[in-house]
Design a protein around this ligand. Structure first.
Ligand code: 5GP
Length: 189
């Protein structure tokens, strides 16, 4: 299998990484394709199976773990599994495009460790905790308990930021998008 390149975006949820990843996907000159993760959580809002995630039952997810089908997976929140299928990365590499990931911090570092030569890892940092909390609440799709869970996880994740190749602080979305574009286009050249 010819290896292609991998672009990993990781961040505490609510830091704006998804918006940045979507922005880069629209830049056709970068020729990126989104790695659709598998998850055992239920679809949220307008999410579509096979586009945003491959939505699996916990049993289906565990069968794929047993069959060694994941490049990396994690129980990100209790009973909510998330993972990158090997078949997904191979599918994208075959098209000649680079793979772009929107995954959690530990998963992102895991990919970078497995493909040190092929990966650019970028950490997106929220400007501060108050702003992060505001963004998570602004989503209004989550219960208070889930918001608290995400905030606790964010604390741990911020400590891992220095292990990434680059850090983008997202206090101005327009600038953050430009920085992301520069980093990725330089890496792909
Ligand atoms: P959400 O439920 O908000 O879609 O995602 C929760 C967290 O799981 C986010 O930090 C998201 O980036 C992460 N995540 C999504 N896909 C994967 C994956 O394939 N592997 C890992 N390790 N984390 C993922």
């Amino acid at each position: 299998m010819n290896k292609g390149k991998l672009i990993v975006f990781s961040a505490p949820s609510g830091s704006g990484k998804t918006t940045i990843v979507q922005h880069l996907l629209r830049k056709t000159d970068l020729a990126l394709e989104f790695s659709i993760s598998a998850t055992s959580r239920s679809p949220r809002g307008q999410e579509i199976d096979g586009k945003d995630y491959y939505f699996l039952s916990i049993d289906q997810f565990k069968t794929k773990i047993a069959n060694d089908e994941f490049l990396e997976f994690e129980e990100v929140y209790s009973n909510n599994f998330y993972g990158t299928l090997k078949s997904e990365v191979e599918r994208i590499w075959k098209t000649g495009k680079a793979v772009i990931f929107d995954i959690d911090v530990v998963g992102g570092l895991n990919i970078a460790k497995q493909f040190p030569q092929e990966t650019l890892s970028i950490f997106v940092k929220p400007p501060n905790k108050i702003e992060l909390e505001k963004r998570l609440r602004g989503r209004a799709t989550e219960t208070e308990q889930k918001i608290q869970m995400r905030l606790a996880k964010a604390d741990k994740e911020l400590n891992l930021a220095l292990k990434f190749d680059a850090i983008i602080t997202n206090d101005n979305l327009k600038i953050a998008k430009q920085e992301a574009y520069q980093l990725v286009s330089k890496f792909l050249k």
